[in-house]
Design a protein around this ligand. Structure first.
Ligand code: TYD
Ligand code: MG
Length: 466
């Protein structure tokens, strides 16, 4: 590729062209092109040219990994054990989910341990940050705030002080004047993130970047930044519910299987130490359609309540609606129930919900979802101290899941006395958990033994199965 050829950049979307264009082929904007500045690009800034040649891995010195703790255990664990010097962490989430709140609380924790943190705010004034910090009960003497959106100014301030952490909230508000596009455009995002990242690496500072995403991922700013940063954390939750889950999507310094669970309250984010208790708090014991599943949230075994409601449908196409469970998966389980276990759902609306605003992303909850649907359809409750684990295949077979023992240990800890698990795995669960494990090979067997349902009569014609 020709290196020093002039480039032109679209001011609207950041599209780069080697020639001047009247209309942008990417975003269709007219007259949006201007010559790109000769500033170093993202790649140039982060690439190192040492000329030292190859080194045997054994001769590479150990990395000095003294990590800076934020004092929030739920966050430190997701980070892989605190902040690494020079690491760039992208904290992404929808507006209003609590990114600024989390960052301020983490900043205060860092400050308590003597770390000097520069909090750059491009969205709120310094006064607003102060009001919020006071509401959160943070010590205002421990934080330095810079209300600024111009990158050179931010770089200058970061270079002046003897900072231990740099936080930029949000990267979408930062801009390089004269780059020819607006703050938040792909070109600005890429360039600003690359320059801030180069600064963090040069000074050995951990850098927080806050990034907004929209529900449908339309404004894909953070997606664009994912490969530029070391760690990507997604902060998720419904705005009108207190539950917040912090997930690691990429982490060069730790596992991506860690999750942090928080609760938004009037005085900020509280750490949830016992999420199973939170998810089961309002469970109606002995109610048809309510089932407890043992799922893994990252590395963490958790109990969640799956609820189903099956009701006669007035529609030609009955509804299949889910909250917290994949809709395709639920449709599939409904079909298996109908075809393999004679649970007649074709004229029924089926609704499935995971209580407490939680989300289940793994097939290990299949049997629990199917059980909830069948239980509501039959209007028959399952035992209140029963927990259910198992994936369901298309033939109705119950398949094994990962880390059964850990899931059942969590159930035992929460006071459950009985568990349904895949037959092939049930025997491997050691005694002494204080839990009676009942292995099932199929959905049909489960329905017969736990809901006393064997299907009414035999199906006629080609629909006959078993
Ligand atoms: P915020 O951190 O500003 O979200 P983001 O930076 O991701 O846009 O927090 C947003 C919401 O959190 C706000 O609508 C109000 C609520 N909130 C609380 O409920 N309690 C609190 O203590 C704080 C600071 C915010
Ligand atoms: Mg914010």
């Amino acid at each position: 590729m020709a290196k020093n050829r002039a480039k032109y950049v679209c001011g609207g979307c950041g599209y780069v062209s080697t020639g001047f264009l009247g209309r942008c082929p990417a975003c269709q904007a007219w007259d949006s092109f201007s010559a790109a500045p000769a500033a170093p690009t993202a790649g140039d800034a982060s690439r190192q040219a040492s000329g030292a040649g190859a080194v045997a891995l054994a001769d590479v010195p150990e990395e000095n990994t003294v990590r800076l703790m934020t004092g929030l255990e739920e966050l430190d664990r997701v980070l892989g054990g605190g902040l690494t010097p020079g690491a760039v962490v992208l904290l992404a989430g929808e507006p209003g989910v609590g990114k600024s709140t989390l960052l301020l609380q983490a900043a205060a924790g860092t400050a308590k341990q003597g770390g000097r943190l520069l909090y750059v705010t491009g969205e709120e004034s310094a006064g607003q940050v102060k009001t919020r910090a006071e509401r959160l009960g943070l010590d205002p003497a421990s934080l330095w705030v810079l209300a600024e959106t111009s990158l050179p100014e931010i770089e200058a301030e970061a270079g002046r002080g003897d900072w231990d952490v740099l936080a930029v909230d949000s990267i979408q508000t930062v801009q390089i004047p004269g780059l020819g596009s607006q703050a938040g455009s792909p070109g600005q995002l890429r360039e600003c993130a690359a320059r801030l990242s180069a600064l963090a690496k040069a000074k050995g500072l951990p850098l927080w970047l806050v990034g907004h995403i929209t529900k449908d991922g339309q404004i894909a700013g953070p997606k664009l930044l994912e490969h530029l940063v070391d760690t990507v954390l997604y902060f998720e939750g419904e705005r009108d519910r207190p539950l917040r889950i912090l997930r690691s999507f990429k982490n060069r310094f730790g596992s991506v299987n860690e999750t942090g669970i928080f609760e938004m309250a009037g005085d900020g984010l509280g750490q949830v130490r016992n999420p199973s208790a939170l998810f089961l708090a309002e469970r109606p014991k002995g109610a048809p359609g309510s089932v407890v599943a043992a799922v893994l949230e990252g590395n963490r075994p958790l109990l969640m309540e799956v609820q189903a409601l099956v009701s006669p449908s007035p529609l030609a196409m009955p509804r299949r609606q889910t909250v917290g469970v994949d809709a395709t998966r639920m449709g599939l389980l409904s079909a298996v129930l109908e075809k393999k276990a004679r649970v007649r759902l074709y004229d029924r609306d089926v609704f499935v919900n995971v209580a407490g605003g939680a989300r289940i992303g793994e097939p290990a909850a299949d049997l629990a979802v199917a059980a909830a649907i069948a239980s509501s359809w039959l209007d028959r409750a399952l035992a209140a101290d029963l927990v259910i684990v198992g994936e369901v295949g298309l033939a109705g077979e119950v398949r094994r899941v990962g880390r059964l023992r850990d899931r059942l240990a969590e159930a035992a800890r929460m006071g459950f006395r009985m568990a349904v698990a895949p037959l092939h795995e049930a025997g491997q669960v050691p005694e002494g958990l204080g839990l009676k494990v009942h292995g099932v090979a199929s959905l049909q067997q489960f329905l017969a033994e736990h809901l006393d349902y064997r299907g009414r009569g035999r199906a006629q014609g080609p629909d006959r199965d078993e």
